[in-house]
Design a protein. Sequence first.
Length: 371
Amino acid sequence: MVSAFIDHRLDGVIQVISIINRNSLQPLYCVYCSAKQVCKTVYTDVQIHSDHFGYPYGASDVICKGEHMQHATHVLITTNEKGSGDLKMEYLPIKNNAVQETFKFNFTVCISSLFGGYNNVLQFAQTMEMYKLLGVQHVVIYNTSCGPDLEKLLKHYETEGMLEIVSWPIDKFLNPSRGWDIRLHKGDIQYYGQLVTLNECIYRHMYQSKYVLLNDIDEIIMPYKHASLPPLMEDLQSAHPNIGVFLIENHIFPKTQFEESGKFKRAEWKNIPGVNIMEHIYREPPQKNVYNPTKMIVNPRKVQQTSVHSTLKDLGGSFHVPFDVCRIVHVRVPLQGHLTKEQLFVDRRLWDFEQKLIQNIDQTLKLSGFL
């Protein structure tokens, strides 16, 4: 069991986001209790997500249907048909008890599975400050482990109020894979449970955020024809009023290719660990006949299950946003390492924000003790 929510779109059932071994399924029962400690036990409907990348453990929804669920405050999933009314056991609190029409945030970014001593401080600070300028108010990170410098920066953003850190100690329970290809990265579950955290983040923000962005820590969903995300989504939503899933193309900016003027090779950032994304303006061309993965901006109230690059179950369908309208700025190791600088596209979109962006990055690095 990971977390539990009322799903008002499915007649108010209790949905428990879970991690289940697909190879050893057994009947599960749901014990749900009210504030008055009145508990009922019902049989469950277990829905294992179709995307699991071949790993034995996968993201799953355990659905509980019964009477008076709207009064339930806690839930337990058990193999015991008789259930248990013992509230000392590990019950989950039930969230999303009421439908909300207004939201605390307009835009929330969900970043799954921070692990392995990741310590890319400079790129993370630059990405967070860029997202602020684009209109994001809230970022959520599922943290298994990170490097000491990044931890210091995370604490700064948490104190500031923009960042929510969800502890994700999946390595204490399973042997998580460090990748998505089971042939290359052995383990119990794909990429530190990435699919579980993405689904959890959507349900967590069902009634907290108008839109949720699902992307990695080194990716920026960047509008190219709008100054920020609010006017982008206003135009996209008015053109496609029933759509709840907007697919954004990923584009690689190799961190091995540097712009030649050196205007952003700043002495102040010399000793900050990590990649300086301002120096990487060269973009790889799309490869013919090669799938270009997308990430997403979603209306969480229209998503039931998601994978990494597209949803598995949604209400209203999806729209592939043209790459000249919005695309992902993804500064990382090259995918097409054989290409010379002359074969790459020059893309200076980040520089449009340089004055305010650099000022805000410096301020953050000072406040968090790096400058």
